[in-house]
Design a protein around this ligand. Sequence first.
Ligand code: BG6
Length: 486
Amino acid sequence: SNQIRKFPEGFLWGGAIAANQVEGAWNVDGKGLSTADVAIFKKGVSKADYKKHNKVDEEQIQKAMSTETAEDYPKRRGIDFYHRYPEDMAVFKEMGLKTLRVSIAWTRIFPNGDEEQPNEAGLAFYDRLFDEMHKNGIEPIVTLSHYEMPLYLVNQYGGWSNRIVVDLFVKFSKVVFTRYKDKVKYWLTFNEIDSIVRHPFTSGGIVPERFENVEQTVYQALHHQFIASALAVKYCHELVPGSKIGCMLTKLMTYPHSCNPKDVLKASKNNQFNHFFTDVQVRGEYPRFINRLFKEKGIQIEKQVGDDELLKAHTADFISFSYYMSLVASENSEGMEKVSGNTIGGVKNPYLETNEWGWQIDPIGLRISLNELYDRYQVPLFIVENGMGAYDKIEEDGSIQDDYRISYHEQHLEQMLEAIEDGVKLVGYTSWGIIDLISYSSSEMEKRYGFIYVDQDNDGNGTLERKPKKSFYWYKEVIENNGLLA
Ligand code: BG6
């Protein structure tokens, strides 16, 4: 007789992963080196020190290029999804997943990024993967670019700072649209397109030491990604019948530390800046407020004839975003307690708890974010990442009692229901790291997000065996009920 609070019919329940964090097989079947293959697990760096973890310098790149093993490079081994995906798909099916968000590694298709012809062995892998998904009733959602551009393009062309990379990316996109047009209907362009301002190497292939004016370079590269994204939208619509293609934003919501108008202004500006990216990708033009910031920073975007028209003509069909935490801004934060978050930091919010990495857990912030995004854009919203990184403990009986994770997700789902009642059009939810994987920022394995445990430690020891956690059964029930027990 328990009441169920239902989600809309057809709600897309799923999980999310990214090629570079799960596949491994970094040098198999002709794959080229990507920026993710350069990332090392920096032992001894504090968990909260996201800036140090993120930083990639010349020395690290040179060393990675001459290193032939996966030792110290966790993303080279991932969780061996490249070979174990059939087994994983069976477990996802058992959980009842309707959809799975994956990404295609560009370096499997074009190992260097600028070859004439695509690598057939790489294309064949994703055929097998998508077939396996459909066999299990799981609809793929595919990100074209998730933190893994070819390293060759970084060294040869300066990454996304070079307009040539737009053409190379569009070529890659057309190849995969054409190849998978009957298997994949939902696409995303750039994962967290805003993240290039926080980590230029991972998101833009920009090695800061190689440029005189890094900020200028980053915004120029971003412009190239906006153009590439618009072109991907265009070709997706042309080549994949019945497709929908979305943009993808890191939703970073900021509260003012106090009602001091100066704090409120600062928070408001941060939020406006977070919307800059979706303004371009959904409204199809650079918002007026960004001109002031560009002016103050002396940034000049070089546009080609026709760029503005392209942006306007090929806007995203929906907004997808990640949401993990919220932030607090203060006009004068000197002496205030600081916390870290998803590759960004801020002032501590006394009303919120944090996870072990300092990320402030804020389900209500998700409701606010959903409302703000929908009010501003009136396009369907899709939460394609949400989850909680934590250390998990295996009990003596072998079980993993991750009640903290269940509670995190449950509270976020409750706020999603509220937002839906507020009138927001929310079409789906793919929890991040449905299965334990290598963390983006710190390349740790032991920062776990999964409902499924993977036996591997930070150094790569372990059997890689998969095991459902308590949260697995909880999520299965949510999907079965299409809702939460009230
Ligand atoms: C998002 C990324 O920013 O956050 C994912 O799209 C990433 O790739 C996730 O894994 C969680 O961050 P982290 O650093 O804890 O793995």
